[in-house]
Ligand binder design. Sequence first.
Ligand SMILES: Nc1ncnc2c1ncn2[C@@H]1O[C@H](COP(=O)(O)OP(=O)(O)OP(=O)(O)O)[C@@H](O)[C@H]1O
Ligand SMILES: [Mg+2]
Length: 390
Amino acid sequence: MSHIKDVTGGTPIVLESLWKTYANFVAVSGIDLSVGAGRFCTVLGPSGSGKTTTLMMIAGFVAPTRGRILVSGRDIAALPPQKRNLGVVFQNYALFPHLTVFDNVAFPLIMRRVPQAEIAQRVERMLETVELAGLGGRYPRELSGGQQQRVALARALVFEPRVLLMDEPLGALDKKLRSSLQIELKALQRRLDVTVIYVTHDQEEALTMADQIVVMQGGRIEQNGTPEDLYDRPATAFVAGFMGDTNLVRGVVMAADKDGTLRIDHPTGRRIIARASGFQAGDHVAASLRPECLSIESPDGPEEPENAWDGRIAAVTYLGDAIRYHVAVGENRPTLAETLVVKAARRGTEHRRFSEGDAVRVRWSRSDARVLPPTRADARILPPMQAGGH
Ligand SMILES: Nc1ncnc2c1ncn2[C@@H]1O[C@H](COP(=O)(O)OP(=O)(O)OP(=O)(O)O)[C@@H](O)[C@H]1O
Ligand SMILES: [Mg+2]
């Protein structure tokens, strides 16, 4: 069984083939997930992929159709939400409108019969942490959306839960407050040694905050790993496209050598030479080429033997510290799939090296092309119906 040993004093969470169906619609499709004690796990995925539903099942607001949820190795299915001892911040998880900010934050402590003097101390400290010191006497309707969100965060953290579940908690905030709260939240999480599951739409937020990232699609987990795993070693074209910018060049494997060298042909007749195991001739694949891994040069000089595609600059964008070139590489077929995006770091005072319309050559090395299976279809399969499930 997947009972992780509770070594740090934090609380591990394990989901075992967890399903949620509504009539014949599968919202969560038998997911397995293990989040170690004290880890910060971020859940990413497109709208409707099942993120909120998963969090709601852990919190106890939605009953799973099948499967188990283990917290510290204990199945919590029978416990009502308030007995699960989880801190919860949902985007629309309302504050008590008739209570002041202070009393909202104090509420979990009153429920736990913490002595009055200690309550005052802990609430004040928590309000300072979320930069709301001095606003304890206000009512929620007298606060901005972002301030209300921070009160919700303070209320979820004040009783120092072992697990914190958050669904887009910073979504309503401006960029500056958002990034300062990200740092605050991460520091708080480390200090309190709390296990966090954090849903966001923002992949940059996921990369900076998480120890572990889960990408969901169509009710399933598409990939689960460290930020480095997901960015540098995406398992599918979907994950590669979802985590940062990439060029996904689709083609067919024409030859696969024993040593893992692949020859991939693109519909324009161009060719990619790459290395990857597990593919054979005839496979449809997508080669992921990160814009920062491509180099751009003048097309004169001898034709390069491999991974050098000639094209024309279609657009140039300044990024401040870098320049982004869109290079049309499809002959007379300027569709999106035949444009390569190259991100070139600016060197010294150098400005544009190439302009729109210039003929250029885009190059990369074998090791920079990551060969991936095409994206899995969104097939929402109903759970097995035999009796005797958990
Ligand atoms: N009570 C319900 N009845 C029927 N379908 C539901 C119900 N709740 C959620 N769903 C469906 O389940 C799927 C997953 O919803 P969920 O809210 O988990 O998505 P999400 O990943 O959180 O999306 P978003 O990023 O938009 O918040 C959606 O297609 C949604 O319409
Ligand atoms: Mg959601």
